[in-house]
Design a protein around this ligand. Structure first.
Ligand SMILES: [Fe+2]
Ligand SMILES: [Fe+2]
Length: 366
């Protein structure tokens, strides 16, 4: 049965036999459809492209374009449009070919009007089902995209909050992790690293000193040089950071374990770093970048026992240790980043206040 829902739907009929065309069009119009007609393939395709009917009825045997030609073009240009083909001389092979090309059905002439309307009805129901399925898929895709974006926002906010948590305990280095993350990402970009790798560096940078939560607060704020024994306690912070982060499935979301990068951020190329005394290739590339950003941020900050290094002195300090402690390519990339921002180094860093860090002792870096 043709329902009210099916009425006023555009249907295009193509047939080079005027009598058949008139009969079919009249029957469809009487059933309430918005009917368009064409006496040949070229005219039919023009109307199709202009009017975008949901269903096309076409004869197979026509002089300028066959029904198969029309079917192929329509299915290529608009896969969801339904095409119902009919013919007076069709063979079983024609039926199979038409269905293979995507026709919704195949009718033989002469057309019985009641059967034609029933078949049209079935074709339109099929069209609606396809539309519904596509709408549902689009809606699900949209929901997945929105949920993923929300989860990503939550993830980044959580990372920042975790970083801030440790800085609340150690306000003297307020903003240090943000600045290190920002510079490390700038170095990563200079090294042409991929977006996902930059994201890993950013997250590791924002959390790299989280293990300081395990260091006695009085050591973090001690206004004088640390003793060797006190410094040994400070040296536990990469391992403590690893222990805090190791169960977070960073590898699933970022493709790499941030905990390992944090663990190795004080390792040095010559094996004199801590906690494991790793050398060269034993150290993660991201950790090498992080260590360069970390040391530059530290030595360009004021200490009560020394003023902040000016940029030239900071660069010289880094270059002195270029081959011994650090990955030379990371130092070189850092130098280029500094050069490019020579006149406005604040552009390197996010707008986080350095007021506290500029004036209060942070004894971690010797
Ligand atoms: Fe550290
Ligand atoms: Fe640090």
């Amino acid at each position: 049965m043709i329902t009210d829902d099916h009425k006023h739907i555009k249907i295009l009929v193509i047939d080079d036999e005027p009598v058949v065309l008139d009969v079919v069009c009249q029957a469809l119009e009487m059933a309430g459809f918005d009917v368009l007609s064409a006496t040949g393939g070229k005219m039919g395709m023009e109307i199709f492209r202009k009017e975008q009917p949901v269903l096309v009825l076409t004869d197979i045997n026509m002089p300028e374009m066959t029904g198969f030609d029309i079917l192929k073009i329509i299915k290529h240009e608009s896969p969801t449009t339904q095409v119902l083909v009919f013919s007076g001389k069709g063979t079983t092979g024609d039926v199979i070919e038409a269905l293979r090309l995507g026709a919704c059905n195949y009718l033989y002439k002469p057309l019985a009007i009641e059967f034609l309307l029933l078949t049209v009805n079935r074709c339109l129901e099929r069209y609606e089902l396809i539309q519904e399925r596509m709408n549902r898929s689009a809606m699900l895709e949209k929901q997945v995209t929105e949920r993923t974006a929300a989860l990503t926002r939550t993830f980044h906010s959580t990372v920042k909050s975790l970083g801030r948590l440790i800085e609340m305990r150690d306000p003297y280095t307020f903003g240090h992790q943000h600045r290190v993350a920002f510079l490390a990402v700038a170095i990563g970009k200079e090294l042409s690293m991929a977006q996902q790798e930059l994201e890993i560096i950013q997250v590791a940078g924002l959390l790299h000193d989280i293990g300081k939560a395990a260091v006695p607060a009085e050591l973090l704020v001690k206004p004088s040089q640390l003793t060797t024994q006190e410094f040994e306690l400070i040296k536990c912070h990469p391992q403590a950071g690893y222990d805090v982060l190791k169960d977070i499935p960073f590898t699933e979301s970022l493709g790499k374990d941030v905990a390992i990068i944090v663990l190795q951020h004080h390792e040095r190329n010559d094996g004199t770093g801590y906690p494991q005394g790793l050398k060269d290739d034993e150290i993660e590339h991201e950790s090498k970048i992080l260590s360069v950003a970390d040391i530059f941020e530290a030595i360009s900050s004021h200490r009560p026992y020394r003023p902040a290094f000016d940029i030239e002195s900071a660069k010289k300090e880094l270059m002195n240790k270029r081959d011994k402690y650090y990955a030379p390519e990371c130092i070189d990339a850092c130098m280029r980043v500094i050069e490019q921002n020579q006149n406005d180094l604040s552009r390197l860093f996010e707008p986080v206040t350095r007021t506290l860090a500029n004036h209060i002792h942070n004894p971690i870096y010797k």
